[in-house]
Design a protein around this ligand. Structure first.
Ligand code: VGL
Ligand code: ZN
Length: 196
C-alpha cells in the first residue's frame, strides 16, 4: 500500500511516544505471541530518547476477563495482572518509560485501546501533548485501536510502521489495520522519518 511521503519529521516538546503493550506475552515464548514481536525493540528504543514524553500501555487483565477463551472469548489467557507475562519485555528500555497506563482491567471490555477506560487522554492533555507517535503490539488490535482513538481525541497521530507487528489471526489483518488507521486520519511513517 502507499505510505504517506514524509521525509523528515522534527520531534517537538508537545509530542509523545506511546509504546503499546511491549509485554512478554505478546513476544515469542509468550502466551499470545505476535510473530516477530520482539523485533520492534531496536526501533522503539532508538526513538525513545528523541521524545520528552514517553508513555507505555500495559495490557492488564483480571482472570475473569470476558475476552479469554475460557469465558467464551477469542484469546488465550495473557497479560494476567501481576504475572510475568504482563511484565515489560526485557529488550524494552524500560528506564526510558516515564508513565505506564494499565488497560483491559475491566472484565467486560476488550481493553484494546490505551484510551478505553483509562485517563490516558487526560494525562496527554495535562502534559500539553498535541501529537502522538504510536508503536508497539499488536498492529491489528491494540495499536490500531489506540491510534484511531488518538485521532478521535483530537491528537495529530503518527504510526511508526517499523516498530509494530500484527497477530494476524486472519492473513491480511496487518495490512487491513494499516489501511484502517490511515483512513481514520493517522499518518503512517517509519522511525527513520523522525529527525531530532
Ligand atoms: C492485544 C489481543 C488481546 C494487543 C491485547 O495488545 O494487541 N491483542 N489483548
Ligand atoms: Zn488483552
Amino acid at each position: 500500500m502507499t505510505q504517506s511521503v514524509v521525509s523528515e519529521i522534527p520531534v517537538a516538546d508537545h509530542d509523545a511516544l506511546i509504546v503499546v503493550d511491549p509485554q512478554n506475552d505478546f513476544c515469542p515464548g509468550g502466551s499470545l505471541a505476535v510473530p516477530g514481536g520482539d523485533e520492534i525493540f531496536g526501533a522503539v528504543n532508538a526513538v525513545m530518547p528523541r521524545f520528552r514524553h514517553v508513555i507505555a500501555t500495559q495490557d492488564w487483565h483480571p482472570p475473569e476477563h470476558k475476552y479469554f477463551q475460557a469465558l467464551g472469548g477469542p484469546w488465550p489467557y495473557h497479560c494476567l495482572a501481576g504475572s510475568r507475562g504482563a511484565e515489560f519485555h526485557p529488550s524494552l528500555n524500560a528506564a526510558g518509560i516515564q508513565e505506564t497506563v494499565r488497560k483491559g482491567t475491566n472484565p467486560d471490555l476488550d481493553g484494546y485501546s490505551g484510551f478505553a477506560g483509562t485517563d490516558l487522554a487526560q494525562r496527554l492533555t495535562d502534559r500539553g501533548i498535541r501529537r502522538v507517535f504510536v508503536c508497539g503490539l499488536a498492529t491489528d488490535y491494540c495499536v490500531k485501536a489506540t491510534a484511531i482513538e488518538a485521532v478521535e481525541h483530537g491528537f495529530e497521530t503518527y504510526v511508526l510502521t517499523d516498530a509494530i507487528r500484527p497477530v494476524e489471526l486472519q492473513p491480511g489483518d496487518g495490512e487491513r489495520a494499516l489501511a484502517a488507521m490511515r483512513s481514520a486520519g493517522a499518518r503512517l511513517v517509519t522511525s527513520l522519518d523522525l529527525s531530532s
